[in-house]
Ligand binder design. Structure first.
Ligand SMILES: C[S@@+](CC[C@H](N)C(=O)[O-])C[C@H]1O[C@@H](n2cnc3c(N)ncnc32)[C@H](O)[C@@H]1O
Length: 360
């Protein structure tokens, strides 16, 4: 059985992928500090909680502060019902909270460590503050992963981030990181993998580094086959928010009568308005991805809804429904999608890891 520590766990795309391939695994720990991420993970993977909780509200608050979820000041402004729910979610999902605050001795033994650390300071859309050691940027949380690697030496490591990590001013830190892993005894395989090559109609190039303690015996980035989904597999036919298409600029591409396509008019000042078969990269905090349809020669447009965004991440509808049943808003689900990893890509990598295990 593969024991897994999902750091920067988000909604747990890693765990969805392991579940989908029927892997023999156990998530022994997660780590996240964002309320929405913690709750979504709970709803998708562990809800309802399996054990009774007999802890006072004051102790729950102290716990959440200690794990870095809230400050002392903020925790007292949160209603008790939410404190209880978050505490319950943290316990159910073995969430260790802020990675900076994790004590080495508390890190459980595991075989696979996944670390899709924050990309805001690396992403082409951010301020590009970078990820230098001790710079205090969110992306520099990468270096916090050293304690997990040094304390436990998990057999496999999986890094995911935006491809900008490998270029420009970030490249030196990327190389430093790969060298560090080598010094620690790891054999690294890395590449830029794009969701569009894994059956999902979304352009989403991401750097993936799979590392194995000792020598790799196979290609851990080998692309597995997936049935290609197209926009008809993504579109939610119950959504009726269509309005007449009013292009903001010159339109590139078209959609034939009776058909749907993705529409990107966010960068219309630069690139015009694009009608395409592949959705652009979803990102947290970046709204405006749309679909367009041609009905009897008249064009209509609307924004993608949260179900469609989930499908574009390779999430199953049941995962989306579990978040909805937990009363998560569409905006929250879309933010989590934008931060997450396309599940198909992870399935492919995990299948490779299980195959690699057969050689040892
Ligand atoms: C790029 S997302 C990873 C999403 C995840 N792979 C998934 O499957 O959805 C980065 C995550 O790191 C979390 N994060 C940010 N700062 C953190 C910290 N100090 N400790 C632990 N997690 C943190 C964010 O809340 C966010 O959910």
């Amino acid at each position: 059985m593969l024991r897994v520590f999902e750091a920067f766990s988000g909604v747990g795309a890693q765990r969805m992928a392991l579940r989908n391939i029927n892997a023999d695994f156990e998530v022994v720990a997660t780590s996240d500090i964002d309320e929405l991420a913690i709750l979504s993970y709970y709803y998708v993977h562990e809800y309802p909680i399996k054990k009774e909780i007999a802890v006072s509200i004051e102790d729950m608050k102290a716990y959440l502060v200690n794990k870095g979820i809230y400050t002392e000041k903020k925790v007292n402004n949160i209603e008790n019902k939410k404190i209880k729910l978050l505490y319950e979610a943290m316990i159910a999902t073995n969430n260790m909270g802020d990675i900076k605050k994790i004590n080495n001795k508390d890190i459980p033994q595991h075989d696979l460590f996944t670390y899709s650390f924050p990309c805001q300071d690396i992403s082409s859309l951010g301020k590009n503050k970078g990820l230098d050691v001790e710079s205090g940027t969110r992306s520099s949380l990468l270096w916090e992963c050293r304690k997990v690697i040094e304390e436990v030496k998990p057999k496999y490591l999986l890094l995911e981030n935006v491809k900008n990590l490998t270029t420009g001013k970030n490249k030196k830190n990327f190389i430093l990181w790969l060298d560090y892993l080598k010094e620690q005894g790891y054999d690294n395989q890395w590449g830029i993998l794009d969701a569009k090559d894994y059956g999902i109609p979304q352009r989403r190039p991401r750097v993936i580094v799979v590392s194995k303690y000792g020598k790799c015996k196979s290609d851990l980035l080998k692309r597995r086959d997936f049935a290609n989904k197209n926009i008809l597999d993504i579109i939610d036919l119950n959504e009726n928010n269509w309005v007449k298409f009013k292009p903001k600029a010159e339109v590139k591409g078209n959609v034939t009568v009776g058909k749907y396509a993705f529409l990107d008019d966010r960068d219309w000042k630069m690139n015009g308005v694009m009608i395409t078969d592949l959705c652009s990269t979803q990102r947290a905090g970046r709204v405006g991805l749309k679909v367009i349809k041609n009905e009897n020669g008249i064009l209509y447009e609307r924004k993608l809804n949260a179900l469609e965004c989930s499908r574009l991440m390779g999430f199953k509808d049941q995962d989306y429904e579990k978040m909805k049943n937990g009363n998560m808003s569409d905006a929250a689900i879309m933010k989590l999608c934008g931060n997450s990893i396309v599940v198909n890509v992870l399935e492919s990598i995990f299948k490779n890891i299980y195959e690699e295990e057969m050689y040892d």
